[in-house]
Design a protein around this ligand. Structure first.
Ligand code: ADE
Length: 422
């Protein structure tokens, strides 16, 4: 590559290793590949400047390649300081010529410098995972909103923030909630978070889950995934919830449902996946067993009250990569994983590529749809049109070699009538 794009990455020397990693992920992303091939022929994103604030992983790299194939100018920055794969970031710059600003473990200032670098490109489309990019744009550079056509949001937490902005009249351009598609909920949030969260816990600690008590805080789609995978490992799973319907569902799935105050002394491993703040607090740490492992798989590092844990600490030591042991005054030890940030991305590699294939296929089709329809949209949070999501599911099934039935004419008629009864 003759001239490299603007970048701030850890080490361009890692580019060849990163390319191998990106190509490995691509093998499990057939739907995204099919879209990339169509985009290369049709160029539906020509003339668009995309600022993407996403986890900088090999799966995201394949999304960036798809957008570039569609004709967009793309700048990628990290949506979390701990999830960046430095080799992937290097390859994006040196092997694929895509502007990338992301360094694993970057501090707060550098994180926002990177977001500003993406906004400096005057994007016409924003892609967010957690809403930090949109929040920065609307709070620090409101005049730029006029030149943004539309955006997408990948995750539950980001959609919650966007809906709050919409309710407040603060949202300035249309954003599609990719998170809210059936394929995202059902597959990425559940199977992706389920598997990758346990992967992170195991890589960080090498704990045997069989026979342990795993406490899962939150029984949304992500919590359902974590709980079911922990059960599959032979753990006894306790679920804590604030929503009675979700708690009831957990109970009927066979999980023990308890308030956190009662679960705290029982758990060997605690996983927060609520999307809310201060779920594990001082009173819970004080009740935990010696050696309890605590981690978070929700978007922000607010679910474990880390300042409270630090206050209780008499000694701290990094005992393994991504595992910090905090000693309390009575000698009990609590092991905090990945600094309380997303354990699946901080201590493992995030969701497997086969799942991100669908989420990022949805992202690509959502951007294409936005470019085609932005003129008719208002500054609101929109769902991905259901036919786009169904198309992603159809392509995924085809790639898995699975066929399904189609309605007969009689069945179609039956479903659209009301005169056929007992
Ligand atoms: N979010 C969760 N897992 C991810 C991954 N592997 N890549 C990008 N974003 C993710």
């Amino acid at each position: 590559m003759s001239e490299l794009p603007p970048s701030d990455v850890a080490d361009l020397g890692l580019a060849a290793q990163g390319r191998t990693r990106i190509e490995w992920a691509e093998r499990s992303m057939p739907v995204l590949r099919a879209i990339r091939e169509r985009f290369a022929a049709e160029r539906p994103l020509a003339g668009q400047r995309i600022a993407a604030c996403l986890h900088v992983t090999s799966e995201t790299a394949n999304l960036m390649r798809t957008l570039v194939a569609g004709g967009a100018d793309v700048t990628l920055v990290a949506s979390n300081p701990l999830s960046t794969q430095d080799d992937t970031a290097a390859a994006l710059v040196a092997e694929y010529g895509i502007a990338t600003h992301a360094v694993r473990a970057e501090d707060h200032d550098r994180y926002y410098r990177h977001i500003d670098a993406a906004l400096d490109t005057e994007p016409t489309i924003t892609m967010d995972d957690g809403c930090d990019l949109v929040n920065r744009l609307l709070s620090q550079r409101p005049e730029q909103a006029a030149t943004v056509l539309a955006g997408t949001e990948e995750t539950t937490t980001g959609v919650i923030r966007l809906r709050a902005m919409e309710a407040d009249g603060a949202l300035r351009y249309p954003i599609v909630a990719v998170n809210d598609t059936p394929t995202k909920h059902l597959f990425d949030n559940r199977y992706g978070t389920g598997q990758s969260t346990l992967d992170g816990i195991i890589r960080a600690t090498n704990v045997l889950l069989a026979g342990k008590t795993v406490v899962v805080a939150g029984y949304g789609y992500c919590g359902r995934g974590v709980a079911s995978r922990a059960k599959g490992h032979g753990a006894e799973v306790v679920v804590t919830e604030v929503d009675p319907v979700r708690a009831l569902e957990a109970a009927m799935e066979g999980f023990r449902v308890l308030p956190m105050a009662d679960a705290a002394p029982l758990g060997d491993v605690f996983v927060t996946v609520t999307g809310n703040t201060s779920v594990l607090r001082a009173e819970h740490f004080e009740a935990m067993k010696d050696g309890a492992i605590v981690c978070n798989s929700g978007h922000f590092d607010v679910e474990i009250d880390i300042p409270a844990l630090e206050k209780l600490a008499t000694a701290r030591a990094v005992v393994r990569p991504n595992a910090e042991q905090v000693e309390l005054a009575d000698g009990r030890r609590i092991v905090l994983l990945a600094d309380g940030r997303l354990v699946n991305l901080g201590a493992a590699e995030g969701h497997p590529a086969a799942v991100m294939d669908m989420s990022f296929a949805d992202q690509s089709l959502a951007v294409e749809w936005l470019v085609a329809n932005a003129a008719t949209l208002e500054p609101r949070v929109y769902d991905v049109p259901l036919d786009l999501d169904a198309e992603v599911a159809r392509l995924k099934l085809a790639s898995m070699g699975r066929a399904i039935d189609t309605l007969t004419a009689e069945q179609r008629h039956y479903l659209s009538s009301y005169d056929i009864g007992t």
